[in-house]
Ligand binder design. Structure first.
Ligand code: SAH
Length: 384
């Protein structure tokens, strides 16, 4: 099998630079593209990045890339790849996804079928299996994806399994939860550091608080879940265990954190507490039922991160207008605090009655949202 791979970390639009920075911090050289960051490494890289990347969606192996203007070109291109270096005899290898964008080939089911035929033929040749007799697919699963953009195909194997935002701790959620990797990305984009107080005044199921506590305690986001690559025979399970053990050993259990989550809905607070407990963080985060209009604090230099209800999602328009207006008034006295507010409401600043220092366009699922950033006074002086 192989010992060096071209890899891609897929990432939500707008957050590529965050994943790029995470990969650099792990020691990889990166190339940032739309929706993905390329890097390379051995099996250790597959293990490490799945375990440690907080803001990525998935890690995929690039098996090959080639022009695919016709089905014949697609077949030959897929057939030419070194599948025998990835797929042991007996492996399951569904073409789980085909995507065609701005290309001559656009019938995705046909792209799937042709690609499957090409891989089957290659493996039949390699393993000396008779043609016409289907290969038995009974072993470990390797999900293959074919994506054709502007007549160029890229063929990948997913190493992750269920998306990396599924950390395993969030068993219950409210009506409009934010994905765990998006919450982590916003924290990594913000000016919050573990030595500053953090408040999420509309915490819902507690995602921002839990992700912050995991960052603060250096808990690997993938520590308590499994990955598709763990079922592959050529991944050394001892190396996986070792990576998990090392990740456990680097947890900073004694770091003091000041993280609080509030919500008007007492049921959400119960859910947030349960999720924190699942993540082993029940004694780290203070969750309490409270209206954001009642938020007061004497602490300084803290960070507020909030994903309040948006019109489309949870509240009617009038209630949202009032809430955003009250939010502005409630946060105004907290001069040294920075505020990061994620909403799809394009008139947020008018309702909140303050112009953001910075705005960043993101996607919460398919919904276009903006991260409105207001920097605390002390931070502003430092930046000048
Ligand atoms: N980020 C959260 C989801 C937040 S949804 C997660 O990942 O689960 C918005 C939350 O704001 C809801 O849970 C709702 O109960 C809460 N909310 C609405 N009005 C509020 C108010 N006035 N004060 C505090 N919380 C409020």
């Amino acid at each position: 099998m192989k010992n060096q791979f071209n890899l891609i970390a897929t990432v939500a639009a707008g957050l590529e630079a965050v994943v790029g920075r995470e990969l650099k911090e792990l020691g990889y050289q990166t190339q940032v593209e739309n929706g993905r960051v390329r890097f390379s490494g051995g099996t250790q890289a597959i293990i490490e990045t799945n375990l440690w990347l907080r803001a990525a969606d998935r890690i995929k192996i690039v098996v090959g890339e080639f022009p695919a203007r016709t089905f014949e070109e697609l077949f030959q291109g897929v057939f030419a790849l070194d599948w025998e270096n990835y797929l042991p005899l007996g492996a399951k290898f569904p073409i789980s996804k085909a995507k065609c964008v701005k290309s001559k080939l656009h019938n995705e089911p046909s792209v799937q079928a042709i690609s499957k035929k090409a891989v089957v033929k290659k493996l039949q040749n390699h393993y000396h299996r008779p043609e016409g007799v289907p290969l038995q697919e009974i072993g470990a699963e390797f999900k293959i994806e074919v994506s054709i953009l502007k007549d160029r195909a890229i063929v990948m194997i997913d190493t992750t399994g269920s998306s990396l935002f599924k950390r395993g701790y969030r068993t219950e959620k409210g009506g409009a939860p934010i994905k765990e990797n998006m919450a982590a990305a916003i924290l990594l984009l913000s000016n919050w550091y573990p030595d500053k107080p953090l408040i999420d005044p509309t915490c819902g199921s507690g995602t921002f608080c839990i992700e912050a506590a995991m960052i603060g305690k250096n808990i690997a986001p993938g520590l308590y879940r499994e990955f598709a690559f763990e079922t592959w025979p050529w991944i050394d399970s001892q190396a996986v265990n070792k990576a998990r053990q090392e990740a456990k050993a680097t947890i900073k259990a004694d770091v003091e954190l000041d993280i609080a989550g509030y919500d008007i809905d007492g049921r959400m607070i119960e859910i947030a507490k349960k999720n924190a407990e699942k993540a082993g963080l029940e004694n780290v985060i203070q969750f309490k039922q409270m209206r954001l209009q009642d938020l007061k604090t004497d602490k300084i230099n803290g960070v507020i991160i909030s994903n309040p209800p948006y019109g489309e999602r949870l509240l009617d328009d009038k209630a949202v207008d009032i809430l955003y207006n009250e939010m502005g008034k409630t946060f105004l006295p907290l001069k040294t605090w920075s505020k990061f507010i994620l909403t799809s409401d394009e008139n947020f600043e008018t309702k909140y009655q303050q112009i953001a220092d910075k705005k960043r366009k993101l996607y919460n699922g398919t919904l276009k949202v903006d991260l409105y950033q207001f920097f605390g006074e002390r931070v502003k002086r430092q930046m000048q």
